[in-house]
Write a protein that binds this ligand. Structure first.
Ligand code: CAA
Ligand code: NAI
Length: 699
């Protein structure tokens, strides 16, 4: 075996040369990897071998360009040099794929003449999720193999196609058994030589493009069908334009030129910078300074859920989905049955649901009215009414019933978990697992560390979150934790703006245009204005009270802040407008014209300021964790990175100045956080802020 460089080797297996890449963790195409591939192929082509196999060691085939090198000066061989060397090889080149062939990795594989994969392999062009497009010929080659429609779908979703589907679309030529990738790829290469198979260059296959030629409606229809999903993002549109170029440009090279030009635009723009930042933010959130990766975890083989309401049902589904049995306990038979039947309906309604899958999952969920059913659970998650007295009562019971070492979690949206833990004899086993509604769909999980929560309980929760497909962020105990605490700032300002003269639809429009999926008032209408509203106590003290008193309770009554037609399309409501105007007059205020800029700044800046307070109080480990919470749980547009990233881009000094300006006009709601002032004085950013390490727990 010859060592080509520190990450690449070349060996021969009979008459087949095997180039092996080993650059952990994911064989990303760093300068060193590109050099190794370039020199490896050069040597293999010059050797006596009759065919060449490219294979990777470790968990995956090449997972893409090395994102950490973006923005730096080009070093080493270019990816195009590597690709040209492969494609023009006079000997068949076979890419052997396991794990994921993503982005630049798939683009390398597409320059092999053939591809073989194991059944568990997945292939995709996920650049769109980094605000990019495949910049190494992928936009020109994928449609040539998979056809225009499939390429558009894959490139704009970033989806990873499983090997079987890849085989069907021609992206993979053969599937070989798991664990036999190298043997299978070498055998394939040998067969290619023996049968004198052609040296297929994807770039020369135009048949599928010709089928789309003269059909611009394919693109128009695709844009229209996905307009909502793509709103605000640049990258999906640029990906589409590249596929259009593949179809319309007279030559492959000209299509490639369009790809290069659009790639250059994206990579130097603010959206991709934010999306790349976010990619690493999500991974960073998994790292907890005083809970290292090798912290032992507790086995979670059976989960209990207390309360089968809105949250309990959704929470249970997460575990059944990954094969973990769930026992769900309610107070009343009727509530239990309602909860179970909602879960069943959710399964039946989910896309591509198969009856046997529904049965399998429902078969893992058992109901009971007796909390003793939790005795053998490894984790119990409480999701009963949001009242401290009830929470304390059930935690005392759980403490008595659950086995030693079982984790007791609460799904409270903001109650004091230290107080809840204090009623148990095992506060070290108590933690917050704050799911978001609908809990079976929403990705975010705030894991709330109470004062005495043990490290292995945190490690277990982080691991479990990954297992059920959630993005977990560790936060500390404070009212509303990170997400809802910041939300409260925005809600307060939205309400105040309406009392000063802005209409709910003005506020909603500004936030929608900023990139949120909907504004706070449309959101209230969707959730129902009567959540937490008590008819008997209502006395017209707020606009919401007045609306509810008129039975304008939101979408469900076809009227709330907005009026709704039979398709639930919202229209600004003259009734609401009159209520608001009357309310303002009655309270002796003078409505004024409020600019869109003021609406945005009043809603956004206090959020950033609250994020700073959260950081200084140690309730989030780092500013990027706050961004992960807001992107995943509250629809902050990922192409703006998150509130703290946004603040950093704008400049903490400007955030401070605007807060001070508002403070002088409107009072203490805008009092700048001490940390914000300190960072500005030191010329630092939120991302520069490092949390003090926690003190070690007493033995
Ligand atoms: N570049 C640099 N580092 C990368 C990377 C990449 N492309 N992909 C993953 N990593 C790093 C992660 O940051 C992480 O590092 P830490 O352990 O230090 O946190 C480590 O590799 C492992 O990653 P994950 O935790 O995500 O591991 P996983 O097993 O859950 O997932 C994966 C593996 C599916 C490959 C996932 O990492 C992933 O989706 N990576 C990004 C793939 C991608 O977007 N590729 C396209 C790149 S852009 C491109 O290729 C442009 C072009 O056309 C030339
Ligand atoms: P819900 O009212 O829909 O369900 C609560 C369920 O708990 C009811 O079915 C009730 O019968 C049951 N229950 C009450 N006391 C019980 C007891 N002692 N033993 C067993 N079951 C009991 O409430 P929801 O919305 O599911 O909220 C539950 C918890 O989740 C609350 O703490 C809430 O703050 C939190 N939460 C709610 C979110 C939401 O959007 N609804 C989001 C995140 C957290």
């Amino acid at each position: 075996m010859a060592e080509i460089n520190s990450v690449t080797t070349l060996e021969t297996d009979g008459d087949v040369a095997v180039i092996t890449l080993n650059s952990p963790p994911v064989n990303a195409l760093s300068a060193n990897v590109r050099d190794g591939l370039y020199e490896g192929f050069k040597a293999a082509i010059a050797s006596d071998a009759k065919a060449i196999v490219l294979i990777c060691e470790g968990r995956t085939f090449i997972a893409g360009a090395d994102i950490t090198e973006f923005g730096g000066a080009q070093r080493g061989a270019s990816l195009f040099d590597v690709q040209n060397m492969m494609e023009n090889s006079p000997k068949p080149v076979v890419a052997a794929i396991h794990g994921t062939a993503l982005g630049g990795g798939l683009e390398v594989a597409l320059c092999a003449h053939y591809r073989v994969a194991v059944p568990s392999a997945r292939l995709g062009l996920p650049e769109v999720n980094l605000g990019l497009l495949p910049g190494a010929g992928g936009t020109q080659r994928l449609p040539r193999i998979a056809g225009v429609e499939k390429a558009l779908e894959m490139m704009t979703s970033g989806r990873h196609a499983p090997a079987k589907e890849a085989l069907e679309m021609g992206l993979v030529d053969e599937i070989v058994p798991e664990g036999q990738l190298k043997e299978g790829a070498v055998a394939f290469a040998r067969k290619a030589v023996a049968e004198n198979k052609p040296l297929v260059k994807v770039r020369e296959n135009n048949a599928k493009l010709e089928a789309a030629n003269g059909h611009p409606e394919i693109f128009a229809d695709f844009r229209k069908a996905n307009a909502r999903r793509f709103r605000g993002f640049l990258a999906p549109e640029y990906n589409i334009r590249c596929v259009e170029a593949a179809v319309n440009a007279p030559t492959f090279e000209e299509g490639l030129a369009t790809e290069r030009k659009l790639f250059a635009e994206l990579i130097s723009g603010p959206q991709s910078a934010a999306q790349r930042y976010y990619f690493f933010a999500e991974r960073q959130a998994q790292k907890i300074p005083d809970v290292p990766d090798d912290t032992p975890t507790r086995p979670i083989k059976k989960v209990g859920v207390l309360g089968a309401g809105t949250m309990g049902g959704g929470i249970s589904m997460n575990f059944a989905n990954v094969g973990i049995p769930v026992t769900i306990v309610e107070v009343k038979q009727e509530a239990l049955e309602r909860g179970l039947s909602t879960m069943r309906k959710n399964y039946e309604r989910s896309r591509g649901a198969r009856p046997e899958e529904t049965e399998k999952r429902m078969g893992l969920i058992s109901g009971s009215l007796d909390m003793n059913a939790f005795a053998d659970c490894d984790l119990v998650i409480e999701a009963v009414f949001e009242r401290m007295d009830i929470k304390k009562d059930v935690f005392q019971k759980l403490d008595a019933i659950c086995k030693p070492g079982a984790i007791l979690a609460t799904n409270t949206s903001g109650l004091n978990i230290d107080e809840i833990a204090s009623v148990t004899r095992r506060p070290q086993d108590v933690i917050g697992l704050h799911f978001f509604s609908p809990a079976n769909v929403m990705k975010l999980l705030e894991i709330v560390r109470a004062d005495k929560t043990a490290k292995d309980v945190i490690a277990t929760s982080m691991k479990l979150a990954k297992q059920i497909g959630k993005v977990a962020v560790l936060v500390g105990v404070c009212p509303g934790f990170v997400g809802n605490r910041i939300l409260a700032q925005r809600q307060r300002e939205a309400q105040k703006l309406v009392l000063e003269g802005a209409m709910p639809w003005d506020v909603d429009r500004v936030l929608y245009d900023f990139g949120f999926p909907m504004g706070p008032f449309a959101m209230s209408d969707l959730a129902g204005l009567d959540i937490g509203w008590v008819k008997e106590k209502s006395n017209g003290a707020t606009i919401r009270d007045v609306l509810c008193e008129m039975d304008r309770r939101g979408q469900k009554t076809r009227a709330g802040y907005y009026d709704y037609d039979e398709n639930r399309t919202a229209k600004p409501s003259p009734v609401t407008e009159k209520i608001i105007n009357d309310f303002i007059v009655k309270s002796g205020r003078n409505p004024r014209k409020i600019s869109d800029e003021e609406i945005l700044d009043r809603c956004i800046y206090p959020m950033i300021n609250e994020g700073a307070k959260i950081l200084e109080e140690g309730k989030a480990i780092r500013s990027s964790d706050i961004d992960v919470v807001w992107v995943n749980g509250y629809g902050w547009p990922v192409y703006r990175g998150g509130p703290m990233y946004y603040g950093d881009q704008f400049g903490p000094d400007k955030v401070l100045a605007r807060m001070q300006e508002f403070q002088s006009k409107m009072g203490e709601d805008f009092k700048p956080a001490a940390l914000l002032e300190r960072l500005v004085a030191e010329g630092k950013k939120f991302s520069d802020f490092k949390q003090q390490q926690r003190q070690p727990e007493p033995a």
